[in-house]
Every structure is written in structure tokens, then in C-alpha cells.
Design a protein around this ligand. Structure first.
Ligand SMILES: [Zn+2]
Length: 158
């Protein structure tokens, strides 16, 4: 079981940004043939907010699934960047990613741990690129999920 976490800190606790981050993980999970068990977001103050996506265990000897999971790890931050560029006036996706770099630290740790499980797996750059194009192709699903997440805060289906 994997949890993709995003923890609050000094950055703006924009609930839509958090929801977009978790929705990105969730949509990429499904597109990679993996299973989402739970998605949750919360915000109680400017410094206490966050979210996570919990996914089912999978066969880590399957290289395609492993690459899918690596892509999923990067999809939260990528979705956040796409959301900020579209709705919060960031000049570029790159600038948005840089500003909210802290929100992917946990994901990057998971990515590095998981990447040790196999050989010749996607690099961070390649996994990000794959997540990015998946999210653009399925952006309507990300938007729908953000909407549901913001309203319910907790989902067990995507
Ligand atoms: Zn994340």
C-alpha cells in the first residue's frame, strides 16, 4: 500500500490546489492500471491542511506497473502545476512547480525508493513528462475529481 501525502507548511493553503494535487495522483493511478483505495483532503487552518491518495499493493516485478506507479508519484505535483497555471495566474507551469516544490518532497522520496525496485525504470524527468501528458489528455477527469473532492473531502472511488 502506498500513500501519496501532501503536508501543509508555510505555503498558501489553497484547497483547490491540494485537491488538484491529489486528483492528479488518483487519475494517474487509474490510468496506470493501479487501484485507488481512498482519497482525502483536509484544511483546518493556514498551516494545517493536506491530503493523500492511498493505493492498493501491486506486483512490483511487473515493470509496466512499476513505471505506472513512478508516473503516479509525479502526477500530484504536475497536476498542481497545471491547475495553478490555468486558474491562479502563474506565468508558467515551471514557475508553479518551483513555487510549490515542497509539496512534492514526500512524493520524490517515494519515487526514489520505488525506483530501486527495478532496473532501467523511468527517470524523474521521464515520469514527470508521462504524468504531464496523461493529465492533459484526461484533464476533464481531473477537474471532475477536484470538484467532488472539494465538496466531500473524502472519496473511495475515482
Ligand atoms: Zn503528492
Amino acid at each position: 500500500m502506498t500513500r501519496f501525502d501532501l503536508q501543509g507548511g508555510d505555503c498558501d493553503p489553497d484547497v483547490f490546489r491540494v485537491a488538484a494535487h491529489e486528483a492528479g495522483h488518483a487519475i494517474a493511478t487509474v490510468l496506470s492500471g493501479l487501484q485507488v483505495l481512498e482519497i482525502k483532503i483536509w484544511w483546518t487552518s493556514r498551516t494545517d491542511f493536506g491530503g493523500f491518495v492511498r493505493t492498493a499493493d501491486y506486483d512490483t516485478t511487473d515493470r509496466d506497473l512499476l513505471n505506472g506507479s513512478l508516473t503516479t508519484s509525479m502526477a500530484g505535483h504536475e497536476a498542481e502545476g497545471l491547475w495553478l497555471t490555468r486558474y491562479q495566474n502563474f506565468s508558467s507551469h515551471r514557475a508553479a512547480l518551483r513555487t510549490y516544490r515542497a509539496s512534492c518532497e514526500h512524493d520524490l522520496r517515494l519515487f526514489r525508493e520505488e525506483r530501486r525496485l527495478g532496473k532501467a525504470l523511468l527517470t524523474e524527468t521521464a515520469a514527470r513528462a508521462r504524468a504531464h501528458s496523461q493529465l492533459i489528455a484526461h484533464w476533464h477527469r481531473v477537474e471532475r475529481l477536484v470538484d467532488r473532492l472539494v465538496r466531500t473531502r473524502h472519496l473511495t472511488t475515482v
